[in-house]
Design a protein around this ligand. Structure first.
Ligand code: KG4
Ligand code: ZN
Length: 335
């Protein structure tokens, strides 16, 4: 089954062609990072307009690179939410128009489901599995009972991990998005600063990162006030050490409690080198699936892969009215 998929939930305009929920035939991505960089974060209005400008080029590139004809496509999938509403609407309208014009079934896919199923590109997901989803907007521990049957075990009580990375980068005067820069510098420094480790001992599945972010802010502020010189690399290493420790410890505990067969780590922060290394180093008893770095951050291939598995439990229809449905109405996500 050949699926054309579209992702525009934030600041990447992406169209992909995937085959049978496993193979990525093409994955065209236009990143708007350079446009938003000077504002220190994504500006929603600018993001929506940039999606409009690049959308058709991404369709052309994806179909051309996949070396297929439009008549080979069996299904159209699009990110339905969560995300920036203006950005989502551009992708949803483009996908709906394309599906309608070519008389193809259309399917809305949850962005988070997409991140998780990106793991399927690396190997088959084996249920029950545990997923740690870490991105700019989400930090969740999820219990995957079966295909598209996902239970949310815990989430962040305040900042998402990616958000904490971006804010720490801003405190240190580094560029946006902060995650990749802090990750790189962390590898050049030493974790010499003592920062609080937010483990929330009586709350095994939830996370909290805003206290850690404030601790970095205070540390840097106090050193600047005292005119003390410090290495940005050491601050990054200290912050990354704590973040990865929390994520790995909570994940390891959940695996032991739940007795799952596999661990999936997904989302933009799963591109973090320190996190990937520590997961493999500390979790030896079960198989770990972490998507290739290019499939961790936002792109449409993950939406096409997820759509294939969603189609097995809830086949797509030619009902082109997915825009009006709430992005929270996903029957495979349970709290
Ligand atoms: O999944 P994603 O592309 O978009 C959302 O759905 O949010 O994740 C983006 C987030 C940003 O906060 C970015 O700083 C973070 O992922 N990120 C990283 C790394 N690469 C991207 N965080 C830590 N280390 C990285 N290497
Ligand atoms: Zn994402």
């Amino acid at each position: 089954m050949i699926i054309l998929s579209v992702e525009t939930s934030c600041d990447e305009t992406s169209v992909a062609v995937t085959k049978d929920g496993k193979e990525v035939l093409s994955n065209a991505v236009y990143s708007q990072i350079d446009i938003h960089k000077k504002y220190g974060g994504v500006v929603p209005e600018i993001a929506s307009r940039a999606h409009i400008q690049s959308m058709l080029y991404m369709f052309e590139e994806a179909i051309h690179n996949a070396n297929i004809k439009v008549s080979d496509i069996d299904l159209v999938a699009v990110t339905q939410g969560p995300g920036l509403i203006g950005s989502l609407l551009v992708g949803i309208n483009a996908a709906t128009t394309f599906a309608y014009a070519n008389n193809l079934p259309l399917m809305g896919v949850n962005h988070l489901t997409g991140h998780i199923y990106a793991a399927q590109i690396e190997g088959d997901i084996k249920y029950p599995a545990l997923a740690l989803l870490v991105s700019g907007g989400h930090t969740e521990l999820l219990y995957l009972k079966d295909n598209m049957n996902i239970e949310i075990l815990g989430t962040t009580l305040d900042d998402a991990v990616g958000e904490a990375y971006d804010k720490v980068a801003r405190i240190l005067g580094l560029s946006y998005p902060g995650g990749p820069v802090v990750d790189k510098l962390a590898h050049q420094g030493k974790p010499i600063y003592q920062l609080p480790i937010p483990l929330l001992k009586n709350d095994p599945y939830n996370f909290s990162f805003s206290g850690l972010k404030s601790a970095v802010l205070n540390l840097v502020h106090n050193m600047r006030q005292r005119n003390e010189s410090f290495n940005v690399e050491d601050v990054c290493a200290s912050f990354q050490e704590v973040v990865t420790e929390v994520l790995v410890q909570k994940t390891k505990n959940a695996i032991e409690t739940l007795g799952v067969k596999q661990l999936i780590v997904a989302g933009g922060v799963a591109a973090n080198k320190g996190l990937r290394e520590k997961m493999y180093e500390k979790i030896k008893d079960i198989e770990i699936l972490i998507p290739h770095i290019r499939y961790c951050t936002d792109q449409a291939a993950m939406i096409g892969i997820a759509a294939y598995y969603q189609n097995l439990v809830k086949p797509a229809t030619k009902d082109y009215y997915i825009v009006g449905k709430s992005s929270l109405d996903f029957d495979h996500f349970k709290r």
